[in-house]
Design a protein around this ligand. Structure first.
Ligand SMILES: Cc1cc2nc3c(=O)[nH]c(=O)nc-3n(C[C@H](O)[C@H](O)[C@H](O)COP(=O)(O)OP(=O)(O)OC[C@H]3O[C@@H](n4cnc5c(N)ncnc54)[C@H](O)[C@@H]3O)c2cc1C
Length: 348
C-alpha cells in the first residue's frame, strides 16, 4: 500500500531554505516555506558566488536559473590598501556575481512554480523546531555582551570602472568588496568594526563604504551614482564558526554556521547544505528513516564538508580585519601565487 509523503516546513526563505524547498519539490515532497520578508528585496551581501555550491546548483538543475537572473562571470581579483594596489590576479576557479535582489526572487518563483507553498511577509513564531520543521532562518546574531561587534553595509552604484571583476579594499576599520553585477551596476559591500557606544547615521555609513579620503576606494567611487533604494545594513555579525552536530534541530545555510564573508563562500555553503539535506529529508518524508537519523546524517555531512574551510576562513578573516596584518596579507596575496591559490582553495 502507498503511504502519502509527510510534509516539511522550512523556516526562512533565503538561499538555503528556497534551494532545499526546490530540491524537495523535485522529489514530490510537500513543502511550506515561511519567510519573514518579501521578494524581491536587497540583502547585505558581497553578491560574489564562489565554490562548490555552483556544482550543487548544477546538480539541482538551477544553473540556468542563475544565468537568466543575470549572473555575470568573475575571473579576476585585485586587492587594495590605503596606499597600495595589486595587479589583477586570475581567480583559481571561475566565480559569478549576481544581485541578491534578483537571485532570491528567482529562487522563490521557481519554488512556487514547482507547487511549493510560500508564505511571505510573516515571521514564523512557533516555539519549538521539532519533527518535520527545518531551520533555514539565517545567521544567529552575536551576543550583545561582546565588546567588538561587526556590521555589514551594501549599496549598488553606477558609473564605476573596476580594475578586476572583484576588488577588495582593506582599511583599519574593515574591508569593502566591489563586483560588477548586471545592468551596468557595481555592488559595494563592506564589513566594519563597530566601536563601543558608536551610533552611525546613514551618512556615516555611506562614508564608510566610500573609503578614507585619498584611498584607492575613494578614487574608485569618485564619480559613482548611488542607488539609494538598494542601501541596506546588518549588525551583530558573528564570525565564530559553529558545528552542526549537537544541534537539536535540522539546520541549513547560515543557521548551521556563518563562514566569514571574506571568502565569498557563504552562499555556496547555503546551496551545498541544502543539497546535502535533500536525500535524508525525502527519505524521512517517505517513511524510510527517522527524523533523528535524518538530523544526524545532515549534521555530520555538513560538518565534514565545512570544517576545514571554516578553520581557514576564520584566520584569514581575522588577518583581513586586523590593521597590523591586512597589509602583509595583501602583499603576500599579490606576490605569492602559492599563497593566493592555497588561501583560495582552502576556504571553499
Ligand atoms: C557583509 C556580508 C557580506 C557577504 N558577502 C558574501 C559574498 O560575497 N558571497 C557569499 O557567498 N556570501 C556572502 N555573505 C554570506 C551570505 O549572505 C549568506 O551566507 C547567505 O545569505 C546565507 O543564506 P541563508 O539562506 O542561510 O540565510 P539568509 O539569506 O539570511 O536567509 C534567511 C531567511 O530567513 C528569514 N527568517 C529569519 N527568521 C525567520 C522567521 N522567524 N520566520 C520567517 N522567516 C525568517 C529571513 O528573513 C531571511 O530571508 C555575506 C554576508 C555578510 C553579512
Amino acid at each position: 500500500m502507498m503511504t502519502s509523503a509527510k510534509p516539511i516546513t522550512i523556516i526562512g526563505g533565503g538561499l538555503a531554505g528556497l534551494t532545499l524547498g526546490i530540491g524537495l519539490r523535485q522529489r514530490d515532497v510537500p513543502v511550506t516555506i515561511h519567510e519573514a520578508g518579501h521578494y524581491p528585496r536587497h540583502r547585505v551581501c558581497g553578491e560574489f558566488i564562489s565554490g562548490r555550491g555552483q556544482e550543487s546548483l548544477t546538480r539541482l538543475g538551477l544553473d540556468r536559473l542563475l544565468e537568466s537572473a543575470g549572473a555575470i562571470p568573475a575571473r579576476t581579483a585585485a586587492f587594495f590598501t590605503a596606499t597600495r594596489s595589486t595587479l589583477p590576479r586570475p581567480l583559481p576557479e571561475l566565480a559569478i556575481c549576481l544581485s541578491r535582489f534578483s537571485l532570491d526572487a528567482a529562487l522563490a518563483a521557481e519554488f512556487q512554480r514547482r507547487s511549493g507553498k510560500l508564505i511571505s511577509g510573516q515571521r514564523w513564531r512557533g516555539e519549538t523546531i521539532g519533527e518535520g520543521i527545518i531551520c533555514a532562518a539565517g545567521r544567529r546574531a552575536q551576543s550583545e555582551s561582546r565588546s567588538e561587534r561587526w556590521f555589514g553595509l551594501k549599496i549598488h552604484v553606477r558609473n564605476v570602472p573596476l580594475a578586476a571583476d572583484l576588488e577588495m579594499h582593506v582599511s583599519p576599520r574593515g574591508y569593502v568588496g566591489l563586483c560588477r553585477i548586471s545592468g551596468g551596476e557595481v555592488n559595494v559591500c563592506g564589513i566594519f568594526r563597530r566601536r563601543a557606544g558608536e551610533n552611525l547615521s546613514g551618512q556615516d555609513a555611506r562614508d564608510l563604504l566610500r573609503g578614507q579620503p585619498g584611498s584607492p576606494l575613494r578614487q574608485r567611487l569618485a564619480e559613482a551614482e548611488f542607488s539609494e533604494d538598494s542601501f541596506c545594513a546588518v549588525a551583530g555579525i558573528s564570525l565564530r564558526p559553529q558545528r552542526a552536530v549537537g544541534r537539536a534541530e535540522i539546520c541549513v545555510g547560515d543557521a548551521v554556521t556563518m563562514i566569514p564573508p571574506v571568502t565569498g563562500n557563504g552562499m555556496s555553503m547555503a546551496f551545498e547544505s541544502a543539497e546535502l539535506a535533500v536525500a535524508p529529508l525525502s527519505a524521512w518524508s517517505r517513511g524510510e528513516n527517522s527524523w533523528s537519523e535524518a538530523r544526524r546524517k545532515i549534521a555530520r555531512d555538513c560538518d565534514a564538508a565545512f570544517a576545514r574551510r571554516l578553520a581557514w576562513a576564520s584566520w584569514l578573516q581575522r588577518g583581513m580585519l586586523s590593521p597590523s596584518l591586512q597589509a602583509s596579507l595583501v602583499a603576500l596575496a599579490s606576490r605569492s601565487d602559492w599563497f593566493w591559490r592555497l588561501a583560495f582553495e582552502r576556504t571553499r
